[in-house]
Design a protein around this ligand. Structure first.
Ligand SMILES: [Zn+2]
Ligand SMILES: [Zn+2]
Length: 346
């Protein structure tokens, strides 16, 4: 089964943090953090539907203008999610420009905050010169920022001196119809397969009856089984992929626990490693992780692969040392973020 999510890091580990996740077969992508977006083509920028911002420090937010500029003529709505204060940060950015002659522009931006100290939400329409319009409290249940039938984005608030969000992106379980088994049973494909998949996604296979009707030449035929029976006879189930993105956090007990929950058993765990452990006192003062601490988090969350990013520029030339330190603490598959390739899942 091909994964639907195709993550790609935007910069080398010394560049701005930024993870672009394209969706297979769809004109859609998710973006984690808004640092320098210049590696993204206009086409890639136009695919972005949802942006998840960890916090508004400059290296995570300076790309806002870049995507705004490309999207002004685009009728598709853009949603941005981030920690408390983000609505104000976006309003501040937008108020830095003169907006006239934009009445015809269809672009609309919605901003949603999640966190302990605030959950504001607001809409900014280009045709209204980006005047802020308050939306009802986002009220995300337990950090579920986005929930669609095939994908879910969760968030948790962490401490970096300021509030920071970390994110997990998880595909739903795949239900693949085994076409050979279907053929052997003499039932033709049809729209009913889509209905069966919807039923499977909406609830665990159950005792609910599900009837299939088809034409066998001139003879109408039908067969009824429970959803669980159809599932057993025709469906191959495989787990969806999970990606976690964690950056700019201190190695506190509370942060460790929250990351372990958020990133549990992720296929890909993107984690900052700003410092080497020899500089752990400075890491603590600045609310960042060392490579060793990133490795310990990966170990605690039992992830399949750790990918490191956001190295301090002082370590240029010592990338291997950073990776080695994290790998030793993790004891598992460890890599350093690279802007060139799409990261393979697992
Ligand atoms: Zn920061
Ligand atoms: Zn940062």
């Amino acid at each position: 089964m091909k994964p639907l999510l195709h993550p790609r890091f935007l910069h080398d580990p010394f560049g701005d943090p930024g993870l672009y996740v394209g969706v297979l077969w769809e004109r859609r992508a998710f973006l984690f953090d808004l640092g320098d977006l210049s590696p993204l083509s206009p086409r890639a920028l136009l695919k972005v539907s949802d942006i998840f911002v960890s916090h508004a420090h400059m290296d995570h937010f300076i790309g806002f203008d870049q995507i705004l500029r490309f999207r002004l003529h685009d009728p598709r709505m853009l949603k941005i999610y981030g920690p408390p204060g983000l609505v104000q940060n976006v309003a501040g950015k937008l108020s830095g420009y003169t907006w006239d002659r934009v009445d015809e522009y269809p672009f609309v931006l919605e901003v949603y905050e999640y966190g302990e100290s605030g959950r504001s939400a607001a809409r900014f329409a280009c045709s209204r010169r980006f005047q802020k319009e308050d939306l009802p409290d986002s009220g995300f249940a337990q950090g579920d920022l986005l929930s669609e039938d095939w994908v879910r984005v969760g968030a948790t608030e962490l401490d970096h001196g300021t509030a920071v969000l970390a994110f997990s992106l998880k595909e739903s379980t795949h239900y693949n119809i085994d076409k050979d088994r279907l053929r052997r049973q003499g039932i033709p494909v049809g729209p009913w397969l889509g209905e069966l998949r919807t039923q499977l996604r909406s609830s665990a296979p159950g005792e609910k009856p599900f009837r299939v009707r088809w034409q066998d030449g001139d003879t109408p035929r039908e067969q009824e089984k429970t959803i669980a029976e159809w599932c057993r006879d025709l469906v191959r189930i495989s787990a969806g992929q999970k990606i976690a993105y964690v950056t700019d956090i201190g190695f506190t007990a509370a942060n460790q626990q929250k990351v372990a929950n958020l990133a549990a058993e992720a296929d890909l765990f993107y984690c900052e490693a700003q410092f080497l452990d020899e500089d752990r006192d400075e890491a603590r003062r600045r609310g960042h992780l060392t490579a060793r601490q990133a490795g310990l988090l990966a170990r605690q969350a039992q992830v399949k692969k750790l990918i490191l990013f956001h190295f301090s520029p002082r370590y240029r030339g010592r990338e291997e040392e950073i990776q080695h330190e994290a790998e030793e603490a993790f004891g598992g598959n460890t890599a350093t973020a690279s802007p060139v390739e799409t990261e393979s899942l697992v």
